[in-house]
Design a protein around this ligand. Structure first.
Ligand code: GLC
Length: 738
């Protein structure tokens, strides 16, 4: 719609301007009728519209029926930017038809721990995968003139104490891991809005963090939209205005609006600063359309949800039992077969249009519950019945997973395991039946002590309202599984990177693991996992060959192409995900993960077909965040280009030399001798002094290997300590440095 922003800024009163900086209620912004500024409606959430329109006694009740797509964790497992676009396109159409101007999603926080209660909404433990997939979703939604709110900016890594926890994160870790997904989306998809997180980062609430909301987000990345708060995340409103927080949601009954008015009146906030915020809000409002469009085809969107669930599912194990030829004489066990858990709890929870359960789409199948209705309680009788029926069945499909109360927005998990009754049921069933398939419904990793006892494991995650029919499509081979893990499934909770710090119920979280999150951690420590990042099977087989690079050297400002051929060597059509990782060079100046995902592509291949996949490598394929120079740095060295089908299965490899212009070298008195010599430059006077210092020490006085020990000590010695050991004054030393 058209708004004349300069005119409006000149005619809005101070009170009206302050009023525009906060919501009227949970979902609407304030209108200024007299000047033709309309309300704007925002609505959760990332995988479906939780749009509330009806009010009783002034409070919203219920939410409209809408399509519940697979949650973020499931969609990310598709590794399919085209699929994320398809879901975003459907959501954009739905939002237009319901009059929603901005959808409150996608949620791209990195999965620091598998225990985070909201991981089901988030995409991955890898920021590159998250950012690339989310960018496709955002572009597709916004093509409908509907906005998104990329959330939660930033480092909302746990639900425990989420509104107050202080996340202690070093600059490099913050940049490389917790901001990169946001950076990719802002630069590639230009989201209309971001939503700031509740938590503090290094002592400052995100809702008033100027470096985050303006320095990085706007000045560096070029975000020209608005930032809204998470609901109730505002701490000091005027500080927020100054930091770049445009919209407080929901409103605070005018309390914070009055603070803004007061601040302008007492000149602690300039009208110019306020006008900058109001101008951004008005241009955001103007991006939307005035009226809702025609109703959308719910059945068609339901089928999109079904396809999305099919293409996100991950086949974790298959000892050739799948696909089944029919459901005749097959037994389904577990409540989820009739009442699937297909979404999470909290603000993303959808009033689903209609739910497909696996039982209804499996002609001829027999069903028994095997446990308590809640999928969490043991029921001896139900278990005995399940075991006796399992004996006679051709095969048993066990529907297992996390019940609602095990994970949700608002709290974190405590353990990785499934409800004990489920693990027990698997043991009983597999003791009488060799052909057992486990179908999983969960939003974050679970342990599987029975992995070797079952013949197949199909992981549906929280697959949306059509998960049941999608599951049956996959079990019968009407669809060929093509998902890959977007997060590591660890063997034990104690193996996880932030074990011991995560959600300890304190107000402080210390990211001691640094950049070593997810597979970066397990690879660096050469730890086994239950299933590795990027892993997933298919009903067919593929082979990769002929990795070739367009150059053997990368220079700043250039790109290098990596091409690889993929062949479907199996018995049926299918989709392969090709993953490209860059392996660190040796001898770098900082500790880096052994390898990092820097490319992925999903490709459909008919049986026998071969296609070429290509990847583009640029500076950020090699760079780390240099927190001394506060910039991205692709350090010179020989890097490995690894291509394969999981983070632990990378059969193709090539070397790429990264060249780097000499960095400006400034000698400082805090620099160590080692750094000085590592620079490759010569400092004869200093080196002479070092020689003198070394000669004074021998094995008799310092023990065997004295020279080596002294050399090591010298390398780590800051130059200014020289004056403590040499007959020079500090002035002479400084003159020497010059
Ligand atoms: C919630 C969530 C956020 C959601 C908002 C509105 O607290 O953190 O993701 O969009 O409030 O429901």
């Amino acid at each position: 719609m058209k708004l004349d922003i300069p005119y409006l800024l000149a005619h809005l009163t101070l009170e009206e301007k302050a009023g525009l900086c906060s919501g009227e209620d949970s979902w609407l912004t304030k209108a200024v009728e007299r000047l033709g500024i309309p309300h704007v409606m925002v609505s959760d959430g990332p995988h479906g519209l939780r749009t509330q329109k009806e009010k009783v006694n002034g409070s919203y009740v219920g939410s409209i029926p809408s399509i519940c797509f697979p949650t973020g964790a499931a969609l990310a497992s598709s590794y399919d930017t085209a699929l994320l676009s398809k879901v975003g396109d459907a959501l954009g159409e739905e939002a237009r038809s319901e009059g929603v101007q901005t959808i409150l999603g996608p949620a791209v926080n990195v999965k620091r721990s598998p225990l985070c209660g909201r991981n089901f909404e988030y995409l991955s433990e890898d920021p590159y995968l998250s950012g690339k997939l989310a960018s496709s979703y955002v572009k597709a939604v916004q093509a409908h003139q509907v906005g998104v709110s990329l959330k939660h900016f930033a480092a909302n890594s746990q639900e425990t104490m989420r509104m107050s926890v202080n996340e202690h994160i070093d600059e490099r870790t913050l940049r490389e891991i917790y901001l990169t997904a946001f950076e990719l989306v802002v630069k590639e998809a230009k989201p209309w809005t971001l939503m700031c997180s509740y938590n503090r980062i290094n002592g400052t609430y995100s809702s008033e963090n100027r470096e985050l909301l303006t320095g990085i987000l706007r000045d560096e990345w070029g975000h020209d939209g608005i930032v809204m708060s998470d609901w109730g995340a505002v701490n000091r409103r005027v500080d927020g205005i100054k930091a770049g927080l445009d919209l407080e949601m929901p409103g605070s009954n005018g309390n914070n609006d009055r603070k803004i008015v007061q601040a302008v009146k007492d000149s602690s906030l300039s009208m110019e600063e306020l006008d900058k915020v109001v101008a951004r809000l008005l241009s955001w409002i103007a991006k939307g359309v005035e009226k809702a469009s025609a109703p959308y085809d719910k059945e068609a969107h339901h089928l999109v949800a079904r396809e999305a669930a099919q293409r996100s599912a991950i086949l974790l194990k298959n000892d050739s039992l799948l696909p089944l030829d029919s459901f005749k004489d097959v037994l389904f066990v577990g409540p989820f077969a009739k009442h699937p858990r297909y979404q999470g709890g909290g603000s993303s929870h959808i009033n689903s249009y209609r739910v497909d359960d696996a039982f209804s789409f499996a002609p001829g199948v027999e069903w028994t519950i095997g446990m308590g209705e809640d999928s969490a309680s043991r029921d001896e009788k139900a278990m005995e019945t399940a075991v006796s029926l399992a004996k006679k069945a051709k095969a048993v499909v066990l529907f297992l997973g996390l019940p609602d109360k095990y994970e949700s927005e608002g709290y974190d998990r405590k353990v990785l395991s499934l409800p004990p009754c489920q693990d027990e049921l698997v043991n009983h069933i597999t003791s009488v039946q060799p052909h057992v398939i486990v179908v999983l419904h969960h939003g974050s990793p679970v342990s599987m002590p029975w992995k070797d006892k079952v013949e197949a494991i199909l992981d549906m995650y929280l697959g949306g309202e059509a998960v049941g029919s999608a599951t049956d499509d996959l079990l019968l081979g009407k669809a060929n599984p093509s998902g890959r893990l977007a997060e590591t499934i660890p063997l034990r909770l104690e193996d996880t990177p932030c074990f011991g710090d995560f959600a300890r119920g304190r107000h402080e979280a210390f990211y001691g693991e640094g950049v070593f999150v997810g597979y970066r951690w397990y690879d660096d420590r050469k730890m086994d996992t239950l299933f590795p990042f990027g892993y997933g099977l298919s009903y067919t087989t593929f082979s990769l060959s002929a990795l070739r690079l367009s150059a053997s050297v990368w220079k700043k400002g250039e790109t290098v192409q990596a091409n690889v051929d993929v062949t479907n060597t199996g018995v049926r059509d299918g989709e392969e995900v090709v993953e490209l990782y860059v392996r660190r060079a040796e001898g770098l100046s900082v500790a880096r993960p052994p390898k990092e995902l820097k490319g992925f592509a999903k490709v459909f291949l008919k049986k026998g077909e071969t296609k070429t996949v290509n990847f583009i490598l640029d500076e950020r394929s090699f760079a780390y965040w240099d927190d001394e120079r506060h910039c991205w740095r692709a350090e010179r060295g020989s890097y490995g280009i690894l291509v394969g089908i999981s983070s632990r299965n990378l059969p193709l490899e090539a070397e790429l030399e990264v060249e780097e212009a000499p960095l400006p070298f400034v000698v400082t008195d805090t620099m160590t001798f080692g750094e000085l010599l590592h620079s490759g430059k010569r400092f004869p006077a200093l080196e002479k002094m070092m020689g003198q210092f070394m000669t004074g020490h021998d094995d008799q006085t310092l023990g065997e290997g004295a020279q080596e020990m002294i050399k090591e000590m010298m390398m780590a010695m800051p130059l200014h300590s020289l004056v403590s050991f040499m007959p020079v004054s500090y002035e002479q030393f400084l003159a020497l440095l010059q």
